[in-house]
Design a protein around this ligand. Structure first.
Ligand code: 2PG
Ligand code: MG
Length: 464
């Protein structure tokens, strides 16, 4: 068998009249021999907040494939567990050396020899090895980084782009460029201003291509910088963790007015819609909401009830081009979110409500609690399970937003994931800062590569 392959390679080299037959034969042989995972090596790196995370280099006969795990501010009891060392003397307890060790020893030993194309078997091997429900033994940060690296290796083995491999894994043939939700204003836990809500995003649904959407996002961002400077001075342009501006405002309307003004200065008015991530769990006290929770002098004095919040959202959707609201209520306030979704005034996205957890998603679909999934891959922990929850959401006729975390890395995997799964929406932060642009710039490359085949979700951003 091997001698036959060598003979084929030599014959091919002769036919090609190559000036470097040795290199030609070695490349030919590398392609002819099916790859297996030969080595998995992890290290500790820092994410965009300067907090440790796991990076993995996974080797096959085709080369080395690198991936890393993101990390966020919100974490809950239903999501996969990030393994951190907890030694206060090391990165204030945040180092991930145990997760790194788990990759270098246990995971590496289990995966060496496996075919990188077989994503679900690779992911299952890690799940079996971990044995806990939340991946707390090996660490979801360890498992996810390996899972993504294996996915990249699988694409290389098939000699197809990553998004195409992901589409194959999910049984899809269509590949759609998503509408980006660019973070323009940051608040909540992501910024030091007094704004309670976490971010105000813009969605260029009226663009014809992703490239045009990125241009619209960037131009609006820079107009907003001018609008904020005029009103609050240059210090109002400091940015939050996702790259959105963080002027010292406290009201929904103040932020929305700034964004509306910036959009009108671009001239794209009808083409750009607005999304809000309220992240209401962060300022829910009992059953009431404290929109002033970040203002020491006002906090605790003016609570809003769930009903007040519903009224507020209805008004905002009427007064501004708001088309999507994420986590409008506390993550356990199923009744209110269900009632609000039923009004049909906008897309209602479940982030903290669902935590990308299949059981929570199933429950939310059955109860029509919301109508879109925010998918954070590190909350679920493997590529295979991410594909499964997207299928679940789509079968339930929901929208799907592939999402970054506030702690990001240069890894652009979620860009390919959003195209491969045709989610229609991606939220990857401001059109600024390297770790955010890694995703948007990758979408530019994918659009270029798809050429005539490239389709931008545009008005079909909800895709269901
Ligand atoms: C969110 C994300 C991204 P975090 O709430 O949608 O903005 O935040 O990564 O802090 O959970
Ligand atoms: Mg959120």
């Amino acid at each position: 068998m091997l001698s036959r392959k060598i003979e084929d390679a030599v014959n091919a080299a002769v036919r090609a009249k190559t000036p470097d037959p040795v290199l030609f034969i070695s490349n030919h042989m590398r392609k002819a021999v099916p790859s297996v995972i030969t080595k998995v090596k992890a290290r500790q790196i820092l994410d965009s907040r300067g907090i440790p995370t796991v990076e993995v280099d996974l080797y096959t006969n085709k080369g080395m494939f690198r991936a890393s795990a993101p990390s966020g501010a919100s974490s809950g009891m239903y999501e996969a567990l990030e393994l951190r060392d907890g030694d206060k003397g090391m990165y204030l307890g945040n180092s991930v050396q145990r997760a790194v060790k788990n990759v270098n020893e246990k995971i590496s030993e289990a995966l060496i020899g496996m075919d990188p194309i077989l994503q679900s078997q690779i992911d299952q091997a890690m799940i079996d090895l971990d044995k806990t429900e939340k991946k707390g033994e090996l660490g979801a940060n360890a498992i996810l980084a390996v899972s993504i690296a294996a996915c990249k290796a699988g694409a290389a083995e098939k000699e197809v782009p990553l998004y195409k491999h992901i589409a194959d894994l999910s049984g899809r043939t269509s590949m759609i460029l998503p509408v980006p939700a660019f973070c323009l204003i940051s608040g909540g836990k992501h910024a030091g201003n007094t704004l309670a809500i976490q971010d105000i995003n813009i969605l260029p649904v009226g663009a014809r291509r992703f490239e045009e959407a990125l241009q619209m996002g960037s131009e609006t961002y820079h107009h907003l910088k001018a609008v904020i400077t005029e009103k609050y001075g240059a210090h109002g342009c400091n940015v939050g963790e996702d790259g959105g501006f963080a002027p010292n405002i406290s009201g929904f309307r103040e932020g929305l007015d700034l964004v509306k003004e910036a959009i009108s200065r671009t001239g794209y008015s009808e083409k750009i819609k607005i999304g809000i991530d309220v992240s209401a769990t962060d300022f829910c006290i009992g059953t009431k909401y404290d929109l002033d929770y970040k203002s020491p002098n006002k906090s605790g004095q003016n609570f809003k009830s769930g009903e007040d919040m519903i009224e507020l959202y209805k008004e905002l959707c009427a007064d501004y081009p708001v088309v999507s609201i994420e986590d409008p209520f506390d993550k356990e306030d199923w009744e209110r979110v269900k009632y609000f979704s039923g009004l049909g005034v906008c897309q209602v996205v479940g982030d903290d409500l669902l935590m990308s957890n299949p059981k929570r998603i199933e429950k939310a679909i059955q109860e029509s609690a919301c109508n879109a999934l925010l998918l954070k891959v590190n909350q679920i922990g493997t590529v295979t399970e991410a594909i499964e929850v997207v299928k679940l959401a789509k079968d339930g006729h929901w929208g799907v937003v592939v999402s970054h975390r506030c702690g990001e890395t240069e890894d652009s995997f979620i860009a390919d994931l959003s195209v491969g799964l045709s989610t229609g929406q991606i939220k990857a932060g401001a059109p600024c800062r390297g770790e955010r642009l890694a995703k948007y710039n990758q979408l530019l490359r994918i659009e270029e590569e798809l050429g005539d085949q490239a389709a931008y979700a545009g008005d079909d951003w909800r895709m269901s």
